[in-house]
Design a protein around this ligand. Structure first.
Ligand code: TEU
Ligand code: CA
Length: 558
């Protein structure tokens, strides 16, 4: 496997609105990020992925962009951006920007023009269709509820939006659109940024016939077969690579929901023709159901092992994957796969989950607050939520009678994206030290117990555990490059795997349960010869048979 800096890096994702507010308006900002650069260096991460900071009406918190070359006023100025970038580089940290080019905001000047008339020069920047019998051009549903089409009276036609109405999809089949996007990317590269995380990049190419999709639980058709990994997606990414990416030393990661292994081998092939790595969701979608993510089902450990292992072994030597539990679209992992019921279990399970993921092959991503074991949030009413996906889903599913209001509130509390979007918990002062004003979304009331200040001062904290995992990846080649093998696939409680490189073997053992569990070392692993690289209980001694404690995890090197 070819060595690359981005294979040996750990990425930290910042959701700027919730990271640190520097001016008391209740909204995180760029100067807030600059203030916290020392904290990030202390954690040891190499790369920041910055969620969108561009000008935006904020229907979807910056994933609806109205100017790709301007900074959102609430976040600061271009000078603040330049200072933040310089500060990151001074701290030895690279900066990867979010690139949201499947769609723009409807307030983007391209769309403002496009909707004016059928012969406007920008008309073909978006996907316009005539209605079918006075209704939508096809049966597709959008990701944020309702039809994926919006009627526009000015020209008596419909435009496509796979996300919110205010996020019209760009028409990538138009070469002018591609040139505009590539030009804008080049402008950012010249500024000195270090890469792009590409939002829903697997969805930029649609089958131009736009056929009806199979009807799903929502009553709408699924656009997946015609818009995900569509007919020209690889051609367009190769063009982007030739025109922009190949000219700089970048890290590129494609958010590829709905990607298969076969497709991932194209997006993230080592031949370097497209992107460096994919960011895919198969393991996170295991608790979906008829009403998609909206339920409170638990992920089954055997299925989780099977899916994660498939991606480990099938991409090996060919393509590269991202490793993550949390991001700004996911509830908190310690509440989802771990145990947030007591302080002891919370810390043990947060560390176990971190170890389990960080010892795998791929580039790990830490989402802000994950390194503290931040939890889901006790939202009480619908008014506590800010996320368009959550609010729309509540209305759609309760008003159609598919889900009762009580159940839906429980599902939102468990799965809403807002669980990841409450303010970063810096200390135990008011508003968790995030703002001196009124935060734009509630602070998790557990900040007095869970905060960075307390954890920085305590050697056995979740923070220091992440710090050690991140350091180990840099010190031990076996972690980025070793060969992966799953052991005990049928065990319902333990996740055990090995990594192998040259003479060395790494054994990773994770108890996903609070019950104690017997574990016997596999044949050939001499307990007297193994070295515990990291574990979440201080007094662990190696034996041929060990009784693993609640959520115990360890990585042993031979
Ligand atoms: O998310 C894309 C995506 O696949 C989402 O539908 C995701 O599955 C969903 O949010 C999970 O509930 C990206 C961004 O990460 C997300 O924040 C944006 O809202 C979305 O694209 C539109 O830009
Ligand atoms: Ca602010």
């Amino acid at each position: 496997m070819e060595k690359k800096w981005w294979k040996e890096s750990v990425v930290y994702q910042i959701y700027p609105r919730s990271f640190k507010d520097s001016n008391g308006d209740g909204i995180g900002d760029l100067n807030g990020i600059t203030e916290k650069m020392d904290y990030l260096r202390e954690l040891g991460i190499n790369v920041i992925w910055l969620s969108p900071v561009y000008q935006s009406p904020n229907t979807d918190n910056g994933y609806d962009i109205s100017d790709y070359q301007a900074i959102m006023e609430e976040f600061g100025t271009m000078e603040d951006f330049d200072r933040m970038l310089q500060s990151a580089h001074d701290h030895g940290i690279r900066l990867v920007m979010d690139l949201v080019v499947n769609h723009t905001s409807d307030e983007h000047p391209w769309f403002v023009e496009s909707r004016k008339s059928k012969d406007n020069p920008y008309r073909d920047y978006y996907i316009w269709r005539e209605g079918r019998d006075g209704k939508e051009p096809n049966n597709w549903g959008s990701c944020f509820s309702g039809s994926a089409w919006k009627y526009d009276a000015a020209t008596d036609m419909y435009y496509l939006h796979l996300f919110a109405e205010k996020q019209p999809d760009l028409n990538w089949d138009n070469p002018k659109v591609r040139q505009e996007v590539f030009h804008m990317m080049d402008w950012w590269c010249k500024k000195g940024i270090d890469g792009f995380r590409m939002d829903v990049i697997s969805m930029i190419s649609k089958d131009p016939a736009l056929p009806d999709g199979p009807v799903n639980g929502s009553g709408y058709g699924d656009y997946g077969p015609y818009a995900v990994n569509g007919p020209h997606v690889h051609e367009y990414l190769q063009e982007m690579n030739r025109e922009v990416l190949s000219k700089y030393d970048l890290m590129t990661v494609g958010e590829c929901s709905g990607v298969t292994i076969e497709e991932a081998k194209k997006y993230a092939n080592q031949d370097g023709r497209e992107l460096n790595m994919v960011f895919q969701f198969e393991h996170m979608d295991l608790d979906g159901g008829e009403t998609f993510k909206w339920n409170d089902r638990k992920i089954n450990l055997k299925e989780l092992k099977q899916v994660l292992s498939k991606w480990q072994t099938e991409l090996a030597g060919t393509a590269w994957n991202s490793l993550f539990w949390d991001n700004h679209d996911q509830p908190r992992i310690v509440s989802r796969l771990g145990d947030d019921s007591t302080r002891e279990y919370r810390e043990a399970s947060a560390k176990m989950l971190a170890l389990c993921l960080h010892m795998m092959q791929g580039t790990p991503y830490v989402y802000q607050g994950e390194e503290l074991g931040m939890t889901n949030v006790p939202f009480e009413t619908l008014e506590d939520f800010r996320d368009i996906e959550s609010i729309n889903a509540y209305h759609e599913l309760t008003e159609s009678g598919q889900v009762s209001p009580e159940d839906m509130m429980r599902f939102l509390r468990y799965k809403s994206r807002d669980n990841a979007r409450t303010p970063m918990q810096w200390d135990d002062s008011e508003n968790a030290g995030f703002t001196e004003g009124t935060p734009w979304i509630m602070v998790n009331p557990n900040y007095k117990e869970i905060n960075a200040k307390e954890q920085l001062a305590r050697p056995d904290s979740v923070f220091h555990f992440y710090q050690k995992l991140i350091r180990l990846r840099k010190e031990r080649e076996i972690i980025p490059y070793g060969e992966y093998e799953l052991l005990l696939p049928e065990d319902p409680d333990l996740y055990v795997y090995t990594r192998a490189l040259g003479e060395h073997k790494l054994l990773v053992i994770c108890n996903f349960r609070k019950e104690e569990k017997e574990f016997t070392l596999p044949e050939g692993f001499d307990p007297g010869m193994g070295e515990i690289l990291i574990g979440n209980y201080p007094d662990r001694e190696l034996g041929e048979t060990m009784t693993l404690k609640a959520y115990e995890a360890l990585a042993i090197l031979w």
